[in-house]
Design a protein around this ligand. Structure first.
Ligand code: ZN
Length: 492
């Protein structure tokens, strides 16, 4: 590495990066409100003398010439997203489209007063800006800067980015990870799948003397990508098990079933309304037995499960028996939970699906499912299976545009370079990490399958919450890491 950047003290680099970050924090930039920050970045990069494009999705793209003599080395993209998740503490007055983020700094951490900090991904962008202002201090090949919009909600910026900005590049360093010392090398794709069918109701048979509700609660739920392998019980699948248990000893006529809130959230509660020929005490003991079974298997992860029953007045109408069978059979057939662990790394989830929502009204029942896979082929496999099940159980289906996976490439040149540079600079080997959630990187490999990518970052904790905080001691090492890696790339 050129003497100059290495010779800078960590304090000097930290102050320089935080000065860039402070400018970003002063500009309100929640997702879908990026106009101001996009213009700021465009002007800043233009003032640096680069060729800058701002597309209609407000992505900002800039081409940076190589150091003298390094013009023939591979083109490398440096990428981050300009939007942030804006959340405030209860009672803190904050208008995310108007108010700046107020920074609070102590010796170890940077946080924000009352709100999320936006180190995700403001610190990634600030690090890149700092490097651009110190280009003379390290050798580098041709660089392309890509700052995307709306990562946090829909990844619309990355999705709609013109292919031409990606197709001629060899390497990409995504600066949107949250842990220094970890190299992210793969992410999952997913597809939002919706299923529905028309319902037919009948008046309940008066011989069914018991009318009840069963409420499942106290489950932990959680993010369907991050928590799918942490022993969380899906409330909707549990509701199905309870219905099956009731039909072992009696009849059930379902009047209403609901549960779950979103595709990507493991449902933590569910409610059933039904008529049955069993006595209330028999239903209660079935529920108690189900609680015992769950506790036996999931006691460590779901200690607070509560299944409550209540006797109610007779519902006006119940599902036609055929509709009930088709609905319950369909849910039986579709997979929900972990589907495949990585053959190479048994601790890594490779494919999963989450039954996120069941909603019934007077006319239809609607289900929302989110399959994920760390290879697009796995998501395709899910889609095929779900289509078959839907056909068998006479459900209509709709699949949104899949968001692509970024599949781990064990032959990645960039990964090897990054591991070497990191170890040399820090004295320990960084960890490889494959995540089971979607990243913008998926959209970049979809545009250029040969693009060799790693995702890295400073250590940012509790992102997307008012407790978000940046570990200040990771800022300078992160900048040196990127500079060192760019120097190595320039040598190839
Ligand atoms: Zn982010």
């Amino acid at each position: 590495m050129n003497e100059t950047l290495l010779n800078k003290t960590s304090e000097e680099i930290l102050e320089g990066v935080l000065a860039e970050f402070a400018k970003l924090a002063a500009i309100p930039r929640p997702s879908k409100h990026e106009e101001q920050v996009s213009n700021f970045l465009k002007d800043l990069l233009t003032a640096c003398g680069f060729e800058v494009v701002q597309d209609k999705f407000k992505n900002v793209i800039a081409d940076v010439p190589a150091s003298p003599g390094k013009e023939d080395s591979p083109l490398t993209i440096l990428q981050g997203h300009m939007d942030m998740v804006c959340v405030a503490e209860e009672g803190y007055t904050f208008n995310p489209t108007v108010d700046p983020i107020k920074l609070v700094r102590d010796k170890k951490f940077l946080t924000a007063e009352g709100t999320s900090l936006g180190a995700d991904d403001g610190i990634g962008i600030a690090g890149i800006l700092y490097l651009l202002k110190n280009l003379d201090a390290f050798d580098h090949g041709r660089l392309r800067i890509i700052f995307t919009t709306d990562e946090e909600q829909s990844m619309n910026g990355a999705l709609n980015l013109d292919k031409r900005f990606v197709s001629d590049a060899s390497f990409m360093i995504n600066c949107d990870s949250e842990k220094f010392g970890e190299l992210v090398v793969g992410s999952a794709g997913c597809v939002q799948a919706t299923f529905w069918r028309e319902l037919h109701y009948v008046r309940p048979d008066t011989k069914l003397g018991t009318n009840m509700t069963i409420t499942i609660g106290g489950l932990r739920g959680g993010h369907s990508g991050e928590e799918i392998s942490s022993g969380r019980v899906n409330a909707l699948k549990l509701a199905l098990q309870i219905m099956r248990a009731i039909t072992k000893s009696g009849k059930i006529r379902l009047s209403r079933w609901s549960g779950g809130s979103a595709f990507n959230v493991i449902p933590n509660s569910s409610e059933l309304v039904f008529a049955t020929d069993l006595k209330p005490a028999e239903v209660q003991s079935i529920c108690a037995e189900m609680e015992r079974r769950v506790r036996k298997v999931y006691g460590a992860t779901e200690p607070n499960l509560k299944i409550e029953t209540k006797v109610i007045k007779r519902p006006d109408k119940v599902l036609h028996a055929k509709d009930y069978d088709l609905l319950t059979n369909f849910i039986e057939l579709i997979h929900s939970g972990v589907y495949l662990m990585s053959p190479e790394n048994p601790a890594q989830v490779m494919a999963s699906a989450n039954l996120g929502v069941v909603r019934m009204d007077d006319n239809i029942v609607e289900l929302k499912l989110l399959p994920r896979g760390n290879a697009d082929e796995l998501v395709e496999e899910f889609i095929e299976g779900f289509k078959q099940a839907a056909q068998l159980c006479v459900f209509e289906s709709k699949f949104a545009t899949p968001s692509p996976a970024w599949t781990f490439n064990p032959d990645s040149k960039l990964l090897k370079l990054a591991e070497n540079v990191f170890s040399e600079q820090n004295g320990y080997k960084p960890e490889r990490q494959i995540v089971h959630v979607g990243l913008e990187t998926g959209h970049f490999v979809q545009k250029n399958p040969a693009l060799d990518i790693i995702a890295i970052g400073t250590t940012n904790e509790h992102i997307h919450s008012p407790n978000e905080r940046l570990h200040l001691d990771t800022v300078a090492p992160q900048v040196k890491f990127i500079a060192g890696l760019l120097e190595k790339i320039a040598e190839t």
